[in-house]
Design a protein around this ligand. Structure first.
Ligand code: ZN
Length: 301
């Protein structure tokens, strides 16, 4: 496989004003947002609102910006294809691990001569992108001996025992193809499961595992955990409370989840702007819960 200019990165979020600097989507920047620390662009001095910065990624819908919210990496590479040639694009050879999940692949010929077509067998995959893609150089226009084609691959590491996080990735995937209703349940599952895991561990310090399990299943279910136990535990642990707007959106997400679970669909159609806010809230909440978990572990060493 002939290739050049191989590069892998996680897309940052650009300054809304000067656009000259991108900020890393890191737990440190998220932590600063929850701690209400003022953030400024070091280049132009514009005040940065981390929520507004990341919400734009959902509005733009550009795969690498969308997936960067959930830790998605983007690998770009230049391959060189001959017309009528079959080219094997082996993503593992580019350093993308076998166990990773491929989210999106894009092709941009950088010269005339051909366009790459993906070759498939007699039962093509529709919802799964393999780690090995066969491309056919379909001649277009003036013939060229070889045409450089820029390929961008969005992918995400897929560590085992990461099912909770995988739900959020699945939700973003559904969002990326405008299946907003399909993104509701996995987003809700991600936050609900992570919250339950933290509260379960927290309360198990004070009561038996069985009593805690019973309490969280029959007594304090998700809504109570989110609206009462979470702010309570955050206060006990000297950690900022989850902002009301985000908690409100999570409650809204839960209502949509219940509508789908009980009636098969939402009562009113879900607009992209609504789902952008809900999914952005879910991703902020997942980051918040991870930070809270770290704080609890530190406090109870
Ligand atoms: Zn700036």
């Amino acid at each position: 496989m002939e290739y050049s200019l191989l590069h892998t990165n996680i897309e940052g979020t650009p300054c809304p004003d000067c656009k000259e600097i991108s900020f890393e989507i890191s737990s440190e920047n998220l932590s600063n947002y929850f701690l209400k620390q003022e953030m400024k662009c070091p280049k132009c001095g514009t005040k940065l609102d981390w929520w507004k910065l990341l919400l734009r990624h959902f509005e733009w819908g550009i795969p690498s910006y969308l997936y960067s919210i959930v830790g998605g990496l983007r690998t770009t590479v230049m391959i060189h294809i001959k017309p009528n040639e079959t080219f094997e694009l082996d993503l593992v050879k580019l350093g993308i691990p076998e166990e990773s999940k491929i989210l999106h692949v894009g092709y941009t010929p950088n010269d005339k001569g051909l366009f790459p077509l993906e070759i498939h067998g007699n039962t093509p995959y529709r919802h799964f992108i393999p780690h090995k893609i066969l491309l056919f150089g379909r001649p277009i226009g003036e013939p060229c001996e070889k045409t450089p084609v820029a390929v961008s691959i969005d992918w995400v590491k897929n560590p085992v025992n990461n099912e909770i996080w995988n739900n959020l990735i699945e939700s973003v995937e559904a969002f990326s193809i405008n299946r907003f209703q399909s993104s509701v349940i996995p987003a809700n599952v991600a936050v609900e499961a992570k919250l339950n895991e933290i509260i379960d561990g927290y309360l198990s310090r004070y009561a038996s595992v069985k009593r805690v399990a019973d309490f969280l299943t029959s007594g304090a279910t998700y809504s109570h955990q989110l609206n009462i136990l979470l702010p309570l535990i955050a206060s006990f642990e000297d950690f900022p409370i989850l902002p009301n707007d985000i908690r409100g959106s999570l409650n809204e997400l839960r209502v949509y989840r219940n509508e789908i679970a009980h009636k098969g669909m939402t009562t009113k159609p879900l607009e992209k702007s609504t789902m952008s806010t809900l999914l952005c809230s879910a991703s902020f909440a997942m980051g918040y819960l991870k930070l809270l978990e770290e704080k609890i572990n530190k406090n109870h060493l």
